[in-house]
Design a protein around this ligand. Structure first.
Ligand code: CO
Ligand code: ZN
Length: 325
């Protein structure tokens, strides 16, 4: 399954070259045009055939993943790091991370729950015994991602690092590859950069696409594990149709359209409200005079971790819905 390869490509926010190359290669034979903009977004265009009222639809999934970057090295050869995106210390301690250079390190420190977001407590041990030895392997600013191999669990459930948002990239790639006829509307498949640092890529991509409709394809919460906070979406109940999240209130007409379409076609779906966290739709809908936007999300357990977990049932039932747009 190419989702496996997709999750394992390196792509920490701002350092997306490996994942961008992987996606570009896949899309080449399916696209009418491919643009890489100056910030690194990959925009794959499929021209529409519509004669009247042809619109521009932007589907956006971010290809960047959360991670770390080296800020300093101690005399004894331990690395200090900052977060690239929303990282929890508790989740990170005792995890392996891999630097872009290939160097592997393990994370220590930061077990105090009160300071779960204070990255100054973390150190990374790459096995070096001096500052000089460490700096021979990594440089200041060097990015790293969690190690977390792609692993099938029970049923149709899988877990991996970077499920956020390679699962969205996977869906866009599937939709693109499986389009048998040309779409009615011009369709822009955007693989955006730096979403995890504040939707930075999408802010730029939206001006290149200048869309009439924007759709973010991303992960959302799954509130069905022991001790989970209140929330509606859960694994295995179908793709989620976003009503709102921390960055956007979706266009009510699009939400209704998607829900009605799913009902009429017997597509399992669930309505999504995410109290915190944003998606590319948050950047898209504010562009220019405003862009009618919505989102389709995959419920995910342990999103920002090496073991993000999704049910492929929710994923597969997704593609046809997007196609219809
Ligand atoms: Co995220
Ligand atoms: Zn995401």
């Amino acid at each position: 399954m190419f989702l496996d390869d997709l999750t394992q490509q390196f792509g920490v926010s701002g350092f997306e070259e490996p994942i961008r190359a992987f996606i570009t290669e896949f899309c080449q034979s399916h696209a009418d045009e491919i643009i890489k903009d100056n910030i690194g977004n990959l925009i794959v265009i499929k021209k529409g055939t519509g004669k009247s009222n042809r619109k521009k639809i932007m589907l956006s999934a971010h290809m960047d993943e959360i991670g770390f970057a080296v800020t300093d090295v101690t005399e004894k050869g331990f690395l200090k790091v900052r977060y690239m995106g929303g990282i929890s210390n508790q989740v990170s301690v005792c995890q392996r991370i891999q630097f872009r250079s290939g160097t592997i390190g393990v994370i220590l420190g930061g077990k105090d729950k009160k300071d779960d977001r204070d990255f100054t407590q973390l150190s990374v041990d790459i096995g070096a015994t001096s500052k000089e030895e460490a700096l021979a392997h990594v440089q200041i600013g060097e990015p790293a991602s969690y190690c977390g191999e792609f692993t099938p669990l029970c049923g149709r459930t899988v877990c991996s690092k970077a499920i956020d948002d390679r699962i969205g990239c996977y869906i866009l790639m599937r939709v693109l590859a499986e389009m048998e006829t040309k779409p009615y509307h011009d369709t822009y498949f955007v693989f955006s950069v730096q979403e995890e640092l504040g939707l930075r890529g999408a802010k730029v991509a939206v001006s290149t696409c200048n869309p009439d409709i924007g759709v973010a394809v991303d992960i959302t919460g799954s509130f069905d594990t022991p001790g989970a906070p209140n929330g509606f979406t859960k694994l295995g109940s179908g793709a989620a149709i976003k009503v709102m999240d921390g960055s956007v209130v979706c266009d009510d007409r699009l939400v209704t359209f998607l829900c009605d379409y799913a009902k009429a076609n017997d597509i399992p779906h669930q309505r999504e409200v995410l109290a915190r966290g944003g998606t590319d739709a948050g950047a898209i809908h504010l562009f220019n005079n405003g862009v009618s936007s919505c989102g389709v999300s995959i419920p995910t357990r342990y999103g920002h971790s090496p073991v993000g977990t999704v049910d492929m049932f929710d994923v597969e039932k997704h593609a046809s819905k997007l196609l219809m747009e």
